[in-house]
Design a protein around this ligand. Sequence first.
Ligand code: ANZ
Ligand code: ZN
Length: 803
Amino acid sequence: MTEYNPKQIEKKWHDIWDEKEVFKTSNDKSKPKFYALIEFPYPSGQGLHVGHPRPYTALDVVSRKRRFQGYNVLYPMGWDAFGLPTENFAIKNKIHPKVVTEKNVARFKSQLKSIGFSFDWSKEMNTTDPGYYKWTQWIFLKMFEKGLAYKQEMPINWCTSCKVGLANEEVVNGVCERCGGEVVHKVKNQWMLKITEYADRLINDLEMVDYIERVKAQQINWIGRSKGMEVDFQISGTDKKLRVFTTRPDTLFGSTYMVISPEHPLINEYSDRISNMEEIRRYQEASSKKSDFERTELVKEKTGVEISGLKAINPATGKEIPIWTSDYVLMSYGTGAIMAVPAHDSRDWEFAKKFNLPIVEVVRGGNVEEEAYTDTQTGILVNSGFLDGLEVDRAKEKISNWLEEEGLGKRKTNYKLRDWVFSRQRYWGEPIPLVYCDKCGWVPIPENELPLMLPEVENYEPTDNGESPLAKITDWVETTCPKCGGKATRETDTMPQWAGSSWYFLRYIDPHNENEIASKEELDYWLPVDWYNGGMEHTTLHLLYSRFWHKFLYDIGVVNCPEPYKKRTSHGMILGGNNEKMSKSRGNVINPDDIVNEYGADTLRTYEMFIGDFEKSVPWSENGVKGCKRFLDRVWRLQDIVVEGDNYTKELETSIHKAIKKVSEDYESLKFNTAIATLMSLLNEFNDLGRVNKSEMKTFLILLNPVAPHITEEIWDRLELGGMLHDTTWPEWDEEKTVEDVVEIAVQVNGKVRAKEMISINDSKEDVKEKILKNEVVRNHIEGKNIIKEIYVPGKIYNIVVK
Ligand code: ANZ
Ligand code: ZN
């Protein structure tokens, strides 16, 4: 037998698969469909990372298995290619971002091909392709038409290093999600998308889908729906009311002071009544330099200033209470003002302790001198007039009704989710297809003029004044108004990178369609995506954005289902050998090319599936890679012990049925590691027996094929097991045959159990007797006596009566 030579074999099979278009989706719509999706990569200059193949292989395994099972499978790949790193590279090296992108895509593609993924490459697409971004612009215009895109002057997050505005979702732990740079607030005129209008549906419709729990939970938390009351507090000596948002109206009697955000307009409005304006101005100045993240950190020591000269009246107690300003109250949430209840809110408690403000217990259950009592399940209302004796939920209900009846407040739902800041002051993105006309305002470009092409510029450098490089191309900016024909100027901001990825899964379905996003017939057949796997880091960014866009397209009748993804799973990261995140600076990066070159793609694939629990992060191990290579070497050497045979042999039958069941189920439930372990022990059984027949070998090869497609095709071919492996069907298991048929029976002589014996369920009475008579203990009891009666209860007991 020739040696296992992965390089040669893998190339050979890539050519055959390509030539036969084995992985192309079929037009036969009578077949059941399976749409598998993985997050398409950003083609960076670094090339593929060993982290990429983990999810790609996982869904490749499922896709290959489903093809064997008769499904019409769509497993596509494309490029999320707009974005900052490419643009920054282009600036530094003075090469057009388009050229950089092409080069990076070519590299990524050849790397992916070398690993043998079963992508239907005829569906390949690229977000920077005008034929693609035409439709990104089209969706934006539809949103504009429906009032979901609007321009507003507002303070946004600004990354000082990327020189670009960021969406809330792009600020992670207070810094830029991309570069880790400092994020400050900057007031800018921005295009916004009204994702908040979809907040309720984005939460409620999670009930329709099969997402892993932590993904659902993160989305729900991010949207942050919170039901409460808005309550008005009278400001003493004025006819002005200060409105707060609270989720605990039941604690109203315990509100001993109020806090407003340093940006609250009340301060300016009453600056002449306030006696310590200077102190307050200094405080405002100091807090404007802090990020929201810093301001709301729980552990942080509280700061604040009392507003002298203004007092409020607690509407429940009628008592006058002080008003403070502190930066732990954000202007961007609720009303920017709170009723502080130090006895039952931890932040208020710390604030009250620090500034010596009264703490009044209104829910009994803890010791409010020591800490805030925040339990809402068991507490009972006290010191609260008509609420005394009630449980929290009942008290909430009662006071809410009272406040509404008295005209002092009303029920209100708030969300943490903010509208999506949608403009970027950079070059390498989709141009926003709108012009501004003094007479007509913002006017969309006529649909038949889409795509609005990204113009050529001399310089992609962003400007310090916060304008996009496009603003400098005067003859592009100056245009005419499509509505009145007068002078108009183009919008020069571009869309964020998240735009193109918000609907790419629709384009895969019909990527070359010039007349619509995708044909209705194709969309109806393929949607929704059956299984989408992607990183946890995208849960509150891409996943939320794309669900929002999809729902909008559903509302305007483009797609036929309210949710784009039926199922969502998530993989753990692959870490460096030292258990740290792989990065150039840590010097622990593994290049998948090196693994493919040294051990072959099948080893890389097997290793990445065997490395550990798919959902957990795991460190890379060179020894683990070698172990998987040794397994494949042993698979290759099975060729030496293959014998003829059309049926499973008795010795192996149970093991094989069990393996089919286990592997089939494990591949569908992300347990790739235990599936491979099963195949490893099956291989051991073959070797222990010293033979495996062709029928058994076929099943073994098909089961292993989704993980290691090249070596299995090659062995199949060499052993001439019939046609090509990729044309066969997935093996079935027989539930009955997965059950061990070897059982232990008791042997009785004259009513006493004398021995236990292992026999096969299928053994005849004679077979069993033969075995029993070989047992020495049994023989001792019957020797020299006459057997007068024998009763066999199959699988349970063998009874002998002697005299
Ligand atoms: C009184 C109270 C008593 C509160 C109590 C809580 C516990 P979520 O769930 O996040 O909506 N709050 C309201 N607006 C705020 C703002 N702009 N900045 C900071 N905090 C704000 O929380 C709502 C609660 O957070 C509100 O209910 C308010 O404090 C505070 F025992 O009102 B609560
Ligand atoms: Zn006009």
